[in-house]
Design a protein around this ligand. Structure first.
Ligand code: BQF
Length: 295
């Protein structure tokens, strides 16, 4: 069977248009305009580009956005004070603190300081716990974006064996919980694999669906997958490329060219999971403005 490329860029555009239409209806009815805050610390070029694309997406959807930029030398107490202020800001529906943070700042401490009601990244333990229990919550953006892709491409997940590669708190761990949940998409049998997995290939060869979130370029190769596998590539690795405008290009955790013909569905990098992560953040912000998750 021919391979279907899952076009995350086009899908995220569709979702953003749907959000924009809803925001226009809300505005006409005198409702609350969604407002996202973003805190950007330091000058990591990747973080800058992620935050820029989030702010631009807010504009496309008719959201308000507020960007707070601080130098890398900011102290942890100073950042905690900014978060305390954002927690208290009644116009702000939700906010994110762009990761990674500088070495001297404890990311867990920062995440814990965010009011769960405003935690549109879904990283606070309250949201993670609610997600794990199947209660209403802000779902972490990347796993939620992947679920949205599976749903909108009508990819069957019930009863399928899904192998998640990578156990991070923001992708692999929540993805394994969501895909194994009693939900649609969901109802998968999930194997969560990681760097200490003994025989990864034995696991991936049994997978109907592979979610690759390892952070190593071209890690999943054709010899590791069976025919008609569904490939979801979360990797965003910058590799040097002198012919590229910026001197680098993005490649995934999957050997795309090598696996393509074997896959039934595959996400490209760029233009696959990445844009869906941003769309997902906007969906959470809209939910926050409607108080859909809490109270
Ligand atoms: C694309 C992220 C690692 C660490 C922190 C579109 C994004 C990326 C790629 C994007 C990511 C990755 C984000 C593409 C947000 C996804 O066209 O392929 C959009 O903006 N992302 C982030 O905020 O923090 C990260 C990855």
């Amino acid at each position: 069977m021919a391979t279907t490329i899952i076009d995350g860029k086009a899908l995220s555009k569709t979702i953003k248009e749907e959000i924009r239409e809803e925001v226009e209806r809300i505005k006409k009815n005198g409702g609350k305009i969604p407002h996202l805050g973003a805190v950007l610390i330091g000058d990591n070029p990747a973080s800058e580009s992620y935050v820029r694309s989030k702010v631009r997406s807010c504009e496309k959807c008719g959201f308000k956005s507020t960007l707070i930029r601080k130098p890398a030398q900011i102290t942890e107490p100073q950042l905690l004070k900014i978060i305390a202020d954002l927690n208290q800001d009644d116009d702000l529906d939700g906010f994110i603190v762009q990761l990674p943070l500088p070495e001297h700042i404890d990311e867990d401490k920062i995440t814990l300081a965010i009011d769960p009601k405003k935690d549109v990244d879904g990283f606070h333990p309250v949201n993670f716990g609610r997600m794990a229990l199947g209660l209403p919550s802000y779902l972490p953006a990347t796993p939620n974006g992947i679920l949205e892709m599976l749903k909108r491409y009508n990819i069957e997940t019930t009863g399928k064996h899904c192998v998640v590669v990578g156990r991070s708190n923001i992708v692999g761990k929540p993805m394994s919980i969501l895909l194994s949940g009693k939900s649609h998409p969901g109802n998968c049998t999930v194997t969560l694999t990681h760097s200490r997995t003994k025989d990864l290939k034995a696991d991936t060869l049994r997978a109907d669906i592979i979610v690759a979130a390892i952070g190593i370029p071209n890690f999943i190769t054709a010899d590791m997958v069976k025919d008609d596998v569904v490939i979801i590539d979360v990797g965003i690795n910058r590799v040097e490329d002198v012919t590229a405008k910026r001197g680098y290009r993005l490649i995934g955790d999957v050997d795309y060219e090598g696996i393509f013909a074997k896959a039934s569905y595959i996400t490209p990098v760029p233009g696959g999971v990445g844009p869906m992560t941003v769309a997902s953040l906007l969906m959470n912000t809209l939910k926050a403005s409607k108080n859909e998750v809490f109270d």
